[in-house]
Design a protein around this ligand. Structure first.
Ligand code: ADP
Length: 466
């Protein structure tokens, strides 16, 4: 180890140097702090023994300079002083010294301090080396991860081209040629298998691109309400097959025009809604879009998708956002899927400056929510033209679903219309609404109530005031 010793008394300096050399230190002896500083600038020392009172630059100033320029080098500083008041010694420690000794120097105490210093410096060097090894390992792992993601992104992209050709040819076979039943079944199997393969490839490609930061998030003008509707439309067929109702509650106070990435927002919402449909057997799925904060140019929105499905155990709330993670492997057999959808969704949302989380109760349902800051797009928007002729008119809403009634009510309020809701046709007829809010201009009625057997609605429509 290298030791720098500073004392303006040549005798003390010589004695200290001799003593340290006997202990196998490489010693540099300096008569002033200025000289010591020049040496330190050339070679950082592991151990410094400095006299406090020196002509010119003092010991304290030297200690402070060493600490400021140390740049991560391990250095143990021992100050030797004749001043031994509590304030003097505190000042030595405050300047950055590790310890002090009062004169006359007890050489055995120096030996003890050196042993302590050796141990401390050894530990610091080990720590530093471990940190460097860790940083190097992290760098190597990041390069490997990036290479893997680039490889995946390229391979999946290349695989899609021949798969698209198979999809196209098979569609031609199915829809433009005459196939017997057996051939149709085979063709349908090809169609299903290739589509799920394409779905998987698209997910892997998206995830890999997000991993290497190649998925650009654009900022273009778009209509959020339309974007939500398009996302919901992607899941409507599956929802209808399961007889599930998809309801959208778009906060009427929200802007609709924003600057953002509609394709990615649509993808995130569609992932959540399609999952909700997949994991729900009965009931409804409610997609709610609301504002939770705003600034002059930005609105902070929250999109939540709640279902009445199988639910998720609480200890899985975080894990399901990891790649290739599903709550339970048996679910994969029952519901299919890759376990990539939520990982992609979270990366997309985070790349847009938002966050996503889930709340759920087993067998009661789940609610996935994401937040998103969006820039408002300022367009001349003449609200009065939209409302023209609607304000003040009366509407009777007949619908058995209270959530749907609520959503319709929000829109009617935004249009400044009067409205009244009834749960059924019977109630609507019994109550004779004309007396309470005046003659209705419109009746909004759930299509399911217009069955051929129930002809009451004709009675309602025949009301003279409507
Ligand atoms: P995938 O649906 O393709 O398996 P995801 O990443 O979209 O992958 O979802 C991961 C897992 O999270 C699903 O396999 C399922 O276990 C759970 N999950 C996601 N959404 C829901 C939901 N709405 N209800 C219940 N479980 C869900």
């Amino acid at each position: 180890m290298d030791v720098l010793v500073i004392d303006d008394d040549p005798l003390v300096l010589a004695l200290l140097a001799e003593f340290l050399e006997q202990l196998h230190f490489r010693v540099t002896a300096c008569g002033s702090a200025e000289q010591a500083w020049q040496c330190y600038e050339r070679t950082p020392y592991h151990f410094v023994i400095a006299d406090l009172v020196l002509p010119g630059m003092g010991g304290l100033e030297l200690v402070e300079k060493i600490r400021q320029h140390q740049r991560g080098n391990a250095c143990y500083i021992l100050v030797v002083t004749v001043r031994n008041t509590a304030d003097d010694l505190q000042a030595v420690l405050d300047a950055g010294a590790d310890d002090y000794l009062t004169k006359p120097i007890d050489i055995h105490l120096v030996k003890i301090r050196l042993a302590v210093a050796r141990q401390q410096i050894g530990q610091m060097l080990q720590r530093k080396q471990a940190e460097q090894e860790l940083l190097e390992a992290k760098r190597v792992a990041e390069v490997a991860n990036r290479t893997k993601s680039e490889f995946l992104a390229t391979v999946t992209h290349e695989l899609r081209t021949p798969l698209n050709a198979i999809v196209g040819s098979n569609d031609l076979l199915m829809y433009t040629t005459k196939l017997d039943d057996e051939q149709s079944r085979y063709s349908q199997s090809i169609h299903d298998a290739v589509n799920s393969l394409l779905h998987l490839l698209n997910d892997i490609m998206d995830y890999s691109r997000l991993d290497i930061g190649k998925l650009n998030i654009v900022s273009i003008p778009f209509d959020l309400e339309l974007c939500v509707q398009e996302a919901v439309d992607l899941c409507i067929i599956d929802a209808e097959k399961k007889n599930l109702e998809l309801l959208v509650d778009y906060d009427t106070h929200l802007h609709t025009r924003y600057l953002g990435d509609p394709q990615r927002i649509r993808q995130a919402i569609a992932n959540l809604v399609c999952n909700a449909v997949k994991f729900t057997h009965q009931g409804q799925i409610l997609i709610r879009i609301e504002q939770y904060a705003h600034e002059e140019k930005t609105e902070y929105i929250r999109v939540s998708v709640s279902d009445s499905g199988i639910g998720i155990p609480e200890d899985q709330f975080e894990h399901i956002f990891d790649k290739f993670t599903q709550v339970d492997n048996s679910l994969k057999r029952e519901y299919g899927g890759t376990g990539l959808g939520l990982a992609i969704t979270r990366k997309i949302i985070q790349a847009m400056g938002g966050d996503i989380w889930v709340e759920s109760v087993i067998d009661r349902g789940s609610c996935f929510t994401f937040s998103l800051p969006l820039f408002k797009e300022y367009v001349a928007h003449d609200k009065s033209a939209l409302l023209h002729g609607l304000q003040g008119l009366s509407v009777l809403v007949i619908d058995g679903n209270p959530v749907r009634c609520n959503i319709i009510g929000h829109y009617l309020m935004a249009f400044e219309m009067n409205f009244h809701t009834e749960n059924s046709l019977d109630e609507a007829l019994d109550h004779g609404h004309a007396d309470s809010i005046g003659p209705y201009s419109f009746i909004l009625i759930d299509e399911d109530m217009l069955s051929a057997e129930s002809m009451q609605w004709q009675e309602l429509f025949a009301h003279p005031t409507i």
